[in-house]
Design a protein around this ligand. Structure first.
Ligand code: DGJ
Length: 727
């Protein structure tokens, strides 16, 4: 059994593989956090709560409950009753009061994992997971909170979410509803976050926790380029292979808040959820609000092991659809090849050349609709620009299909250009504050996706395109963050709900799209990598990782992204040089090595690249085909870290049964007067013998991991892939 309730101690033990998460109902119905870490056999750990220590026991010390409130480790802390640390729940009731106070009422334990209404979440079969629901009540407000915990039997993963219902007769507003809180016994942690900017997303940062609050967030309406909805707390000695690591990832694509707070008692409170900034949600009597899911992963064996758990969880229990376990077609995207300057003939010429080289799909990017010839117009006018696509879309798609290639298309369905027929007909459909001049960003506004008629209309246009031609892939882009967040239809006491209602609208449309067109491969994208979050993985098995396609920058971006997301979900393309973002020139071969551990494709004008590069493409595709099963199903081990030492990087993918492995080594900058670099491998079976498929040399796993392999490169940005097979 994965979840056990001990009647005597009132402690719940949640076992997920080698993890134990324990909580207990204590004095006066408070719900306290007891322990999170490596499994221990004992069924009563409530001594950790120190309930017998002096002034803190509420029922025995009526005159001093404040001390208890401010130091007790709580499962779901409420605002305004003496716990001055970060709280998870805060209200505005009919009298303008903000305090709340939840106490235990009952619980239930059941097999499997429930769905989150209208929201993405991890899923599991009945025999793969067990769920605990704890029902709490604020008697004063008549507010019920159901804390939902699911443990995965075979993974060190636990998920959490919360449902709040107004069981009283008066309405109240929720002004903050976080999804997760863990009160750790210690403050001896480093915090890892994934931060950056456009074209340099998810750069790993690591810093020692110190007294006070350390947070990352997004208030941009999407998960953002700047910070990812992820953080980890790791023991100060933790590295890839040893030490404790707790990872938290929010299954959400809107405003988030994630924080670690070191308290006066040298403990750490970790919280995560929807960003409370500018958030409010009105709950009328009988209404329920569901907070999105947080995934918590524990590792006693370092950061690498934590990442591999996230990868396994997401590959098996989050990503859905026909492509879940399938190799993705090798695509060529025309964005960096042509930008807006293309027509049918140009696209067909690219497809002709690409098909000869073994590329399997042409993706037509931005610029095919309305009268769009720059990013100044036409978003929302999802009909074909016949001046560019002479003969129409079906003609183009058929021609591409005749070449034996699939066809994919770009949309930005959440947007509306002021210069569009859609805007001229429905200016009120844009998110705006009536009477206030809207901030300009890429000359476009965001559609009010809280409105069903808006979503229906956009979807109707998309359907016409999709039903008109044989489209087998969609790139769903999102290039503008939200400002002046107001809706022309929501009542004033629900305006602050728009941030979240907008995200729910996006989910609604992606759910409809993936249900109605299950054969279409969906790739999410947001100005590059601003929506690389687990919620998007629920709808699309791959996400465009970054607009930066430079091989060296990608080393850093893909390294950081792999901290919690599987490489097989990372959109990665070989592009032309000098690179369009950084101007760097790298060997075509190395660009291939880096893109190969993602979804793999090309983003260049294949009719114009050097012949030598063109000639290399069939070989690259062959290599991708050979290694892709390892990338999709194997375990990733990070070896080098280009963030720490920008002279080299290395990583491995090892088959689950350890029968084969691929190692990629990239020398970033050459070092003069330096012997060959020794790289120690990871994840192999120490007792097995492995043959290097290129050289024929056979070495034991033990030797490869302890003594390493030597690599000598001549020049910057050089790389190599080694294939090892167990003999
Ligand atoms: C941003 C995306 O990340 C790019 O790949 C490209 O699709 C452009 N948008 C098109 O506007």
């Amino acid at each position: 059994m994965s979840i056990i309730y001990n009647e005597a101690s009132k402690m719940f033990s949640l076992y997920a593989k080698d993890t134990l998460y324990a909580l207990a109902v204590v004095d006066e119905g408070y719900l306290s956090h007891v322990y999170y870490g490596k499994t221990v056999p004992d069924s009563d750990l409530t001594y950790l709560l120190r309930l017998d220590e002096g002034p803190f026991y509420p029922s025995k010390n009526r005159r001093e409950t404040a001390s208890f409130m401010d130091c007790q480790p709580f499962e779901y802390p409420c605002y305004g009753t003496g716990d001055y640390r970060e709280s998870c729940l805060m209200v505005m009731d009919k009298d303008g009061m903000s305090a709340c106070d939840l106490r235990y009422v009952s619980h239930k334990i059941y097999k499997g994992k429930p769905k989150l209404e209208g929201m993405p979440a991890t899923f599991a079969e009945e025999n793969e997971a067990e769920t605990l629901e704890i029902i709490m009540l604020d008697k004063h407000l008549g507010m019920e909170a159901v804390l939902v915990y699911t443990v995965f039997e075979e993974l060190n993963a636990i998920t959490r979410s919360v449902r709040i219902t107004n069981k009283g007769s008066d309405p109240f507003k929720l002004t903050r509803v976080l999804s997760m809180c863990v009160d750790f016994e210690t403050d001896k942690f480093d915090m890892i976050t994934l931060n950056g900017s456009w074209a340099r997303e998810r750069a790993l940062e690591r810093a020692r926790l110190h007294c006070g609050k350390q947070s990352v967030d997004s208030a941009r309406g999407e998960s953002s380029h700047q910070s990812n909805p992820f953080f980890a707390l790791v023991s100060p000695n933790a590295d890839e292979d040893m030490g404790e690591a707790y990872g938290f990832n929010f299954v959400y694509s809107g405003n988030f808040f994630a924080q670690a707070e070191v308290t006066q008692f040298e403990r750490t409170r970790a919280v995560m959820g929807i960003n409370p900034l500018d958030f409010a949600w009105l709950l009328e009597s009988g209404e329920t609000f569901t907070a999105p899911e947080v995934v918590m992963v524990y590792s006693a064996n370092g950061i690498g092991d934590m990442s591999r758990t996230f990868h396994d969880l997401y590959r098996k229990h989050l990503i859905r659809g026909e492509y879940k376990n399938k190799r993705r077609p090798v695509l060529i995207n025309n964005w960096e090849a042509t930008y807006f300057d293309f027509d049918t003939d140009k696209l067909i010429s690219i497809a002709k050349e690409a098909s000869k080289l073994g590329i399997e799909m042409l993706v037509m990017d931005d610029g095919w609709f309305g009268h769009r010839s720059s990013d100044d117009s036409s978003l929302g006018d999802w009909f074909v620009n016949e001046n560019k696509l002479k003969g129409g879309l079906k003609y183009l798609v058929d021609e591409v299909n005749k070449l034996g290639m699939k066809f994919g298309i770009w949309f930005e369905p959440e947007m509306i250009s002021p210069d569009s027929d859609l805007y001229r007909a429905h200016p009120d459909w844009a998110i705006q504050i009536p009477g206030r001049v809207s901030t300009q960003s890429r000359a476009q506004f965001v559609l009010d996706y809280s409105r069903k008629e808006v979503r229906d209309h956009v979807y109707g246009m998309l359907r016409k395109i999709l039903d008109n031609a044989n489209i087998e892939y969609i790139k769903w882009d999102m290039n503008r963050q939200l400002t002046e967040v107001g809706s022309t239809v929501l009542p004033k006491d629900r305006q602050r709900e728009l941030w979240h209602r907008y995200v729910l609208g996006v989910y609604d449309l992606q759910e409809r799209l993936t249900t109605d067109y299950p054969h279409i491969l969906l790739e999410n994208c947001s100005g590059g990598g601003a929506r690389f979050d687990p919620a998007m993985l629920y709808y699309s098995p791959q996400i465009w990782t970054s607009d930066d396609t430079d091989a060296v920058e990608r080393l850093k971006i893909q390294y950081g992204t792999s901290i919690c997301y599987p490489p097989s979900a990372m959109g990665a393309h070989v592009s032309d040089c000098p690179n369009h973002t950084v101007g760097r020139v790298t060997p075509f071969e190395t660009r291939g090595y880096v893109a190969m551990v993602g979804t793999f494709g090309y983003e260049l004008d294949v009719t114009r690249i050097p012949q030598e590069d063109r000639d290399a493409i069939p070989g690259q595709i062959e290599m991708f085909n050979k290694f892709n099963p390892l990338v999709r199903n194997g375990d990733q081990y990070r070896i080098g870290n280009v963030n720490e030492d920008n002279t080299w990087d290395a990583w491995m993918f090892v088959a689950k049964d350890k029968s084969e492995a691929m190692l990629t080594v990239v020398q970033v900058l050459a070092r003069p007067n330096y012997k060959s670099r020794n790289v120690k491998l990871k994840g192999l079976d120490p007792k097995a013998m492995y043959r290097n498929e290129e050289t024929g040399v056979v070495l034991s796993g033990e030797a490869l991991m302890n003594c390493g392999m030597n690599f000598q490169f001549w020049g910057d940005f050089r790389g190599k892939i080694v294939h090892l097979v167990r003999v």
